[in-house]
Design a protein around this ligand. Structure first.
Ligand code: FE
Length: 211
């Protein structure tokens, strides 16, 4: 698995694409499906909004590389937790908006990440899953804090796509991670809002899609 980690570092830093995987998120049926996922209550409301939707100034969420470990045709699920999943639980929640700060219902979010040991499942769908925003443009991901692997700070990959829109590929980061300053593709604008300390933290991030 050390080889797999090296591949992603090489890809991120040098654009080297070692395998056949092709981004196919656009192939997922985007038919305005609403996930109907309830958002958590007070814990989420206490968080400040992320700055990405800037009052309609037209700035979309920054794009980032997908890296070599995306797998298409993921299961539809809001929780990546399975029986025996190791790691610290975390919830990532927020909205998908357009650049006019209007919520987008039925937007696709396809998440993938390393497990708590810093390992990607390149054979199956562990720590992979897609969901759609509800009628209010909200999403909610239940997962664990992704583990670290050499060359990268802690991160979650995601493809976000409005119905019939283009895919925006990016990554989410965590605040106060020692590795953030060492990671050449880390972007402060992609850091989730998160309480400084909580047993089961809720992180917040709003995605803004162009157009
Ligand atoms: Fe990665």
């Amino acid at each position: 698995m050390r080889k797999a980690m090296l591949l992603e570092v090489l890809y991120h830093r040098h654009g080297w694409w070692p395998r056949r995987r092709v981004l196919q998120a656009g192939g997922l049926a985007l038919v305005g499906m609403a996930a109907g996922i309830p958002l958590p209550g007070a814990a989420q409301e206490a968080l400040p909004p992320t700055p990405q939707c800037d009052g309609g100034k037209g700035h979309a969420t920054p794009r980032q590389t997908a890296g070599p470990f995306y797998t298409p045709n993921t299961p539809q699920r809001a929780s990546l937790l399975e029986a025996g999943t190791k790691g610290a639980p975390i919830m990532v929640t927020g909205m998908v908006l357009n650049t006019r700060c209007e919520p987008l219902a039925g937007a696709l979010l396809d998440f993938w990440q390393a497990n708590a040991d810093g390992v990607y499942d390149n054979e199956g769908y562990t720590m992979r899953g897609h969901q759609f925003t509800d009628a209010k443009g909200q999403y909610r991901l239940e997962t664990v804090r992704p583990g670290l692997y050499p060359g990268r700070t802690r991160h979650i990959h995601v493809n976000v796509q409005a119905p019939h829109g283009q895919v925006l590929t990016t990554q989410l980061y965590f605040p106060k991670e020692a590795g953030n300053t060492q990671d050449s593709i880390f972007d402060e604008r992609l850091v989730v809002a998160m309480p400084p300390s909580a047993a089961n933290p809720v992180a917040r991030f709003d995605f803004v899609l162009p157009g």
